[in-house]
Design a protein around this ligand. Structure first.
Ligand SMILES: NC(=O)C1=CN([C@@H]2O[C@H](COP(=O)(O)OP(=O)(O)OC[C@H]3O[C@@H](n4cnc5c(N)ncnc54)[C@H](O)[C@@H]3O)[C@@H](O)[C@H]2O)[C@@H](O)CC1
Ligand SMILES: [K+]
Length: 539
C-alpha cells in the first residue's frame, strides 16, 4: 500500500510517536534524512545537477570541490528540520549558507536545539532575503521555510525570496512539502499565494496527497518518503492512497486459447453529433485496441457508414440498438440535443456496465431526474456478475463510472472550477457518494473515488495528455476493461494508470510531451496491457 495522509493525521502520528521518544528526536531524524538525501543529490550530478528522474539511491563520496548549499530555515519546525540538515552538511565539509528567520520566543524547544547545533557548525548565517538567494552560485537549495504549518499565503519579502529561488537553475530539495503548497490538497495556499518549485521533496512520516495532485506534481518534483523509524502500529489505516499495479492487475485476465470475440465483450460508444464525429471514433478505437471483442459506434443522428481508418468498428444509428447488448460509453461528442438526452436516459435505465463521459456529464448536470436515476441505478439493477464481484471488493452499487474533467465536475456539483480544484479529493468523493458511481476526476494527479469513500490518486501521466481527444481514449479504454469483466473500481484504476503510463512512455521516447496526439496513445496503451500480461501480472 502507498498510503497518503492528511496533515491532521500526520500531526496525530507525530504526537503519538514523540511521546515515546526523547525531545527533539523526530526532528533530528528528519534532519539526518534530509542531509542524506541532499548528499545523494549532490553526489549524483556534479557540478550542476539538473532534476534527475529518480531520487539517487546511494551517495558516492563527495569530492571536496566547493559545493555550495543554500538552506532556507523558516520560523517553525520545518525550519528546525532545515537547521538540523544544515549542521550535518556543514559537518560533512560542505559550504552551507543558512538564510533564516530570527529565532523568536515562540520557537519550539526542538527548533531551539537545532538552531544551537547549526550555530555551532561551520554554516554561515544570513537573514532571509531575495538578494541573498541571487548572489550565490548554489549547487543545491534546501527548502525548510514552511511545512504543514503554513497558515496563510506567502507574501511580502518571503514572496520575493520564493520567486528568486524559483528562478535558480539548480536542484531544490523541499523538506516535508514545498513551501506555499497545501499538503492536503495540492493547492497553492492563497489568495494570491506562491509556492516554491522543488525538483525533489523528502516528506516525513508519511506521504501526503497534496504532493501528487493539482499543483503538487509541478511543485514537489520527485517525492521520497522518510518514515523516521516510526512504529508502524501508530499509522492509521489510510482512506487515501496512490494508484499502483497491485490494486487492479489481478482483475485483468490473461487470454485463454479457447476464447472468442464474444468472450471479451461488446462496447458501444454513444456519441458523435454532427461536427463531433471524431470523439466517439477515438473512444471506439481505444476500446478495440484495449481488447474488447466487438466495438460499435452509435450516433444520435446521421451515422457514418464506417470508420475508413478502422473498418473493424461497426457504425450504427443509436436509436435502433439494444443497449442491453453492450458495455456503454456514452458522451464523447454527444452534444446536448433532445435526442442526446433521451439516449442518456436509456443508457442509465439499461442494466449493463456503464461509463458516462463528456457531453453526457453536462446533460446529467442539467437534469436532476437523470442524476436521481443514476444514483438509484446500482440499487435497482439486477445483481450482475460485475456487481457481485464489485461487492466483494468494494461497492456493489458502483455500476457506473463517471470521467469528468474539473469543469464537468464543477457543473455536476454546482461549484466553480476553482472550488473543485481547491480540494479535488473532496470533490471526487462528494460526486461519487451523491451519484453512487466511481468518479474519475481528471487532471494532474487524477483522483478516483468510490461511493463508499475509498479514494486513490494516480501517479502516472504527464502534460502530453493536455490535448483534445485524450479523454475519449480514456473512456474507450475503461469501457473495454468493463466489457472484459473487470469490475468498475479496478477498471477505473487500471484505465487511468495505463493511460498515464502510455503517455509517460511516449514522452520518454520523444513523442511528447509537446505535440503528442490522442490517437498515438492507443497503440502505446495496447503495448502497456500486453506488457503487463507478459510480466505475468495478469492472470
Ligand atoms: N514536531 C515534530 O515532532 C516534527 C515536525 N516536523 C516538521 O515540522 C513541520 C511542521 O512544523 P510547524 O507546525 O512548526 O509548522 P511550519 O514550520 O510549517 O510553519 C509554522 C510557522 O510558520 C509561521 N507561518 C505560517 N504561515 C506563514 C506565512 N504565510 N508567512 C509567515 N509565517 C508563517 C507560523 O506562525 C509558525 O511560526 C513539518 O512540516 C515538518 O517539517 C518534522 O521535524 C518531524 C517531526
Ligand atoms: K518546506
Amino acid at each position: 500500500m502507498k498510503p497518503l495522509y492528511r496533515s491532521a493525521d500526520i500531526r496525530a502520528i507525530e504526537h503519538a510517536a514523540a511521546a515515546e521518544l526523547p525531545e527533539g528526536e523526530l526532528m533530528r531524524r528528519a534532519g539526518r534524512a534530509a542531509a542524506a538525501a541532499a548528499q545523494r543529490l549532490l553526489s549524483s550530478a556534479a557540478p550542476h545537477p539538473g532534476p534527475a528522474d529518480t531520487f539517487p539511491d546511494r551517495a558516492p563520496a563527495l569530492q571536496r570541490l566547493q559545493v555550495r548549499v543554500l538552506v532556507l530555515a523558516g520560523p517553525g519546525n520545518n525550519g528546525g528540520d532545515a537547521l538540523e540538515a544544515a549542521a550535518h552538511l556543514a559537518d560533512a565539509g560542505i559550504s552551507v549558507t543558512v538564510l533564516h528567520s530570527r529565532p523568536g520566543n515562540a520557537q519550539s524547544p526542538e527548533r531551539a536545539a537545532a538552531w544551537r547545533r547549526a550555530a555551532d557548525s561551520s554554516a554561515r548565517f544570513e537573514e532571509l532575503s531575495a538578494p541573498a538567494v541571487q548572489t550565490g552560485d548554489w549547487q543545491l537549495v534546501i527548502d525548510g521555510l514552511f511545512g504543514i504549518g503554513l497558515a496563510r499565503p506567502i507574501g511580502g519579502a518571503l514572496r520575493a525570496l520564493v520567486e528568486a529561488v524559483n528562478q535558480l537553475p539548480c536542484p531544490v530539495l523541499a523538506l516535508d512539502v514545498p513551501s506555499g503548497l497545501d499538503a492536503d490538497t495540492g493547492a497553492i495556499v492563497g489568495p494570491d499565494g506562491i509556492a516554491l518549485r522543488a525538483s525533489h521533496t523528502i516528506t516525513f512520516i508519511g506521504d501526503k496527497p497534496g504532493l501528487h495532485t493539482n499543483e503538487g506534481r509541478d511543485h514537489a518534483g520527485i517525492v521520497e518518503v522518510a518514515h523516521l523509524d516510526i512504529d508502524p502500529a501508530l499509522l492509521p489505516t489510510a482512506e487515501l492512497q496512490l494508484n499502483r499495479l497491485e490494486l487492479f492487475a489481478r482483475h485483468l485476465h490473461a487470454r485463454r486459447h479457447s476464447g472468442h470475440k464474444g468472450t471479451y465483450g461488446n462496447v458501444a460508444v454513444i456519441g458523435g453529433a454532427t461536427g463531433m464525429r471524431g470523439a466517439p471514433i477515438l473512444s471506439a478505437r481505444a476500446a478495440l485496441h484495449a481488447g474488447a471483442g466487438r466495438v460499435y459506434v452509435l450516433f444520435p443522428e446521421d451515422p457514418l457508414p464506417a470508420d475508413s481508418g478502422q473498418p473493424e468498428l461497426m457504425c450504427r444509428l443509436a436509436e435502433g440498438y439494444d443497449f442491453g447488448q453492450a458495455t456503454l460509453a456514452i458522451g464523447p461528442g454527444l452534444g446536448d440535443s433532445a435526442t442526446a438526452a433521451d439516449l442518456l436516459a436509456r443508457a442509465i435505465a439499461s442494466q449493463g456496465p456503464l461509463l458516462v463521459d463528456a457531453d453526457a456529464l453536462n446533460l446529467l448536470a442539467h437534469t436532476p431526474a437523470l442524476q436521481r436515476a443514476l444514483a438509484s441505478r446500482g440499487a435497482t439493477a439486477e445483481p450482475t456478475q460485475h456487481a457481485l464481484q464489485a461487492a466483494r471488493l468494494l461497492d456493489a452499487s458502483a455500476t457506473a463510472v463517471l470521467t469528468p474533467h474539473p469543469l464537468e465536475a464543477a457543473r455536476l456539483l454546482g461549484l466553480s472550477v476553482a472550488a473543485v480544484q481547491a480540494d479535488r479529493v473532496a470533490a471526487a468523493r462528494t460526486l461519487a457518494a451523491r451519484l453512487q458511481a466511481v468518479v474519475v476526476l481528471k487532471g494532474s494527479g487524477t483522483v478516483i473515488a468510490a461511493p463508499g469513500g475509498d479514494c486513490v490518486i494516480n501517479p502516472t501521466g504527464n502534460p502530453a495528455l493536455a490535448t483534445a481527444g485524450t479523454g475519449d481514449v480514456l473512456s474507450g479504454l475503461c469501457a473495454a476493461l468493463l466489457a472484459q469483466g473487470c469490475p468498475p473500481w479496478p477498471a477505473a484504476l487500471a484505465a487511468v494508470w495505463l493511460h498515464g503510463a502510455a503517455a509517460d512512455e511516449l514522452a520518454a521516447s520523444g513523442v511528447g510531451p509537446i505535440g503528442m496526439t490522442a490517437g498515438e496513445l492507443i497503440p502505446a496503451i495496447r503495448a502497456g496491457i500486453n506488457r503487463l500480461a507478459r510480466l505475468n501480472l495478469v492472470r
